[in-house]
Each structure stands twice: as structure tokens, then as C-alpha cells.
Design a protein. Structure first.
Length: 134
């Protein structure tokens, strides 16, 4: 039990580090430049955009321009969950599972049976390189 609690604490700490890096790099534009210095505060060129200043070379694009498919997720019905007889082993991420920093805390994520996942929720199956937006 101690090891599980320690692992949960390590995961939470790593999630905090990731959130901090994301904010620093993609909100404040202080990602490392070619010399390893913070981009914006080291004089990195910024240009105006419809969203405010962004690094030179970056652009604002509509998600439809860079996506092959945009899909709405689905939710299993209570009846489906009650009638399934196989083991619950597939993570089912809900909006409440996504933290304000964008990370998912899997220790509280509900699991659903594979039969429901592959038969009833085909639109919700995440694949490599998918982006989950809430």
C-alpha cells in the first residue's frame, strides 16, 4: 500500500511538472531557443496574431485544417453496463477525469468492459496520435 501511495504521489508531482512546463513553453513562450535560453525573454522574435503575440514562424490554424477526423465521444448506457458479463478493464475517461492542467488522473478513472468499448462505443476509441479535447 505504501508503494502505491508513493507511486501516486510521484505521478501527481510529474503531472505538476508537465503542467508547469506546458504553461511556461506554450503560454509564456519561454521554450528553449537554439542556445537553450528562454525564447521570449532572450529576445525571441514575436509577431502579432488574432490571439495576441506569438513566436515568429508560428501560425493560428483552424483545427479542421489539421485534422483528418473530428468526432464526438459516446457514453455507455446504464443498461449496457449492467448486462455486460466480461471484466471491466478499459479506461473510460470522462470530463471530470481531466484536471485543469489537462492531465488525466487515472487512479479514479472508471473502467468499462471490452465488449461495450469495442461494440457500443466505436466512435470513442482513441488511437495513437489522437487528441482528446473537452
Amino acid at each position: 500500500m505504501k508503494k502505491i501511495m508513493l507511486n501516486i504521489k510521484i505521478i501527481e508531482t510529474l503531472e505538476e511538472i508537465v503542467a508547469s512546463l506546458f504553461e511556461n513553453w506554450f503560454v509564456h513562450f519561454e521554450f528553449p531557443d537554439e542556445d537553450g535560453n528562454p525564447y521570449k525573454s532572450s529576445g525571441g522574435k514575436m509577431v502579432n496574431s488574432e490571439l495576441g503575440e506569438i513566436p515568429e514562424g508560428w501560425e493560428i490554424r483552424d483545427i479542421n485544417d489539421i485534422s483528418l477526423k473530428i468526432s464526438k465521444g459516446t457514453t455507455p448506457t446504464g443498461e449496457d453496463l449492467k448486462s455486460a458479463t466480461d471484466k471491466k478493464k478499459i479506461y473510460f475517461i470522462k470530463v471530470k477525469d481531466i484536471q485543469t492542467d489537462g492531465c488525466v488522473k487515472f487512479n479514479n478513472v472508471e473502467r468499462i468492459p471490452e465488449s461495450i468499448h469495442f461494440n457500443k462505443l466505436k466512435r470513442s476509441i482513441l488511437e495513437e496520435k489522437d487528441i482528446l479535447v473537452s
